[in-house]
Design a protein around this ligand. Structure first.
Ligand code: ZN
Length: 216
């Protein structure tokens, strides 16, 4: 009888998680993601991440969606992810991932600056980030930025700093740029159970659809 209750509880949690995601995916903000009054309009999009593998772990459905729709996607990775001394290997893994994701390597920019090193103890200056991202935006005539939200999915401080760097840039250039953030889910038992039970669906739905305009 106890097992029956556990199974029923899991089913209820799964259904509730599903409803939550479906509800979020039907929110008005999705309607306006990269749209131009309903008509297709090719955009120059810049994905800004902190480390190699962020693009695959958190944004690959978004990247696939953008590429499939013919948008011109650039990726700016602000570090080589050298926290464990594996930075060069990780950088090349990023290039390989981008080849699979059909992002041309000339559109992938991986930085290795002393001020922007991977690590939980590393504080990245938001003004510096804003300047670097602005240069990339100008170089490629970017219309739309996509990045982390203020929690950075995993709570990694480098992810959060990237978010606030983009925000600083937007504060300085409020008219010319549109930016979208990837909404973090709280990693409660509720979401953990759902993640285990339907990981692929979770990634596909939450990471493509649940990006929000940063100034909503
Ligand atoms: Zn990361």
């Amino acid at each position: 009888m106890d097992w029956l209750l556990v199974i029923l509880s899991l089913i209820v949690l799964w259904i509730a998680s599903l409803c939550k995601i479906i509800h979020t995916s039907s929110s008005p903000s999705r309607t306006f993601f990269l749209s131009n009054g309903g008509a297709f309009c090719k955009k120059n999009v810049l994905l800004v991440v902190a480390h190699p593998d962020d693009e695959s772990m958190f944004f690959s459905p978004t990247i696939s969606y953008l590429i499939s729709r013919g948008h011109n996607l650039h990726i700016l990775c602000l570090s080589i992810g050298n926290a464990d001394g594996m930075g060069n290997a990780r950088k090349h893994e990023l290039y390989k991932a981008c080849a699979v994701l059909k992002v041309p390597l000339q559109k992938v920019n991986v930085l290795d600056r002393p001020e922007l090193q991977d690590g939980f103890g590393q504080i990245w200056d938001h003004n510096l980030l804003a300047r670097i991202i602005k240069e990339e935006v100008s170089r490629h005539e970017i219309d739309v930025i996509i990045t982390f939200d203020g929690y950075g999915v995993s709570g990694h401080c480098n992810h959060c700093d990237v978010h606030y760097g983009v925000r600083r840039l937007l504060q300085e250039n409020p008219q010319s740029l549109q930016a979208w953030e990837l909404v973090s889910y709280s990693f409660s038992l509720f979401s953990f159970l759902f993640l285990i039970m339907s990981e692929v669906f979770y990634f596909q739905v939450s990471y493509v659809v649940c990006s929000y305009y940063m100034f909503r």
